[in-house]
Design a binder for this molecule. Structure first.
Ligand SMILES: [Zn+2]
Length: 309
């Protein structure tokens, strides 16, 4: 049984926005008929836990809308509904991380918010749910070390920046779009960010197909273990590497992404790592395609849970 944390309050009324908020509801709906998944409601993250990662000034801005530029730094229009919504999505990340410790696998039907920085948001990411979950669990002594595997199309710049001051965290971002100008990454010789000892990145070449991705995963997944086996793996399972995605320069089908997820879960099982995953990006015009990729991650999870180690 895989727990999936979802709350109808995830979707802040942000109008006809690029971020397809309704995909979270569609994934929750799609899971209703899956007897191997239990959809559960998370509690909102506490402001105390947010403060483990984010500055009081930034948290206050998102709560009150003042100053407006900071409250909207993630590029979502501010309204009083924004703060309760992002507290629920971050609460889902914390709940999934906690549940994974018990069940081996759990999911938050929310984004991981990997662009969010300590003192401001970026790229639709308000608070960094991956690092908030890490620090919330560490505070309670539930984990000591955490690895974050980011396979969203975009480079996880916020997670990398937050990892730089957290030696107990190990972050690996395998991306096809360098995010900074949000144009597809086409020249692997150009790198606009610096890796650190505990935050690494791997650029996928333009046109990367399933075989190419599998090879890179097999080569780099062991990087997650280089500072010792972590107590928990947080997995950002983006749907935007899909070839139909407007930002993707990659040649990955939904079948390739299902195999990606299967490999990640099999690697985790092999090393007895509990995994909590989040849905992250996905901007293909046909929302059914995005939902299919996210539902496939559950399929991959069930396959690996059922398989013999
Ligand atoms: Zn993305």
């Amino acid at each position: 049984m895989i727990a999936a944390f979802y709350h109808p309050g995830f979707a802040a009324p942000i109008g006809d926005h690029l971020m397809p908020m309704r995909k979270f509801a569609l994934v929750a709906e799609g899971l209703k008929s899956n007897p191997e998944v239990r959809v559960m409601e998370p509690a909102p993250v506490t402001e105390e836990d947010l403060r483990l990662v984010h500055t009081p000034e930034y948290i206050r801005a998102v709560r009150t809308g003042i100053p407006r530029a900071l409250a909207e730094s993630q590029k979502l229009p501010w309204s009083p509904a924004l703060f309760p919504s992002v507290c629920l999505t971050n609460g889902a990340c914390v709940a999934a991380a906690r549940q994974a410790q018990r069940d081996g696998l759990a999911a938050a039907l929310a984004s991981g918010f990997h662009h969010a920085q300590a003192d401001h948001g970026e790229g639709f990411c308000t608070f960094n749910g991956l690092v908030v979950a890490t620090d919330a669990l560490r505070k309670q002594g539930e984990v000591q070390t955490v690895a974050i595997l980011d396979l969203d199309l975009h480079y996880g710049n916020g997670t990398a920046a937050l990892a730089a001051t957290r030696p107990y965290l190990r972050a690996l971002s395998i991306y096809g779009n360098d995010y900074q100008a949000n144009v597809a990454y086409r020249d692997v010789t150009v790198r606009r960010h610096t890796d650190g000892p505990n935050h690494l990145s791997v650029a996928l070449p333009a046109g990367c197909d399933g075989d190419g991705l599998n090879e890179i995963l097999d080569r780099h997944l062991p990087d997650l273990l280089k500072s010792g086996r972590p107590d928990l793996l947080l997995y950002q399972a983006g749907a935007d590497p899909l070839q139909e995605d407007p930002y993707s320069p990659l040649a990955l089908s939904e079948v390739d992404l299902l195999e990606r997820d299967r490999r990640v879960f099999a690697f985790a099982k092999q090393h007895a790592l509990p995994v909590a995953w989040v849905l992250a990006g996905g901007y293909a015009r046909d929302v059914a395609k995005i939902v299919e990729v996210h539902l496939n991650t559950f399929k991959a999870g069930s396959m690996v849970l059922a398989s013999r180690a």
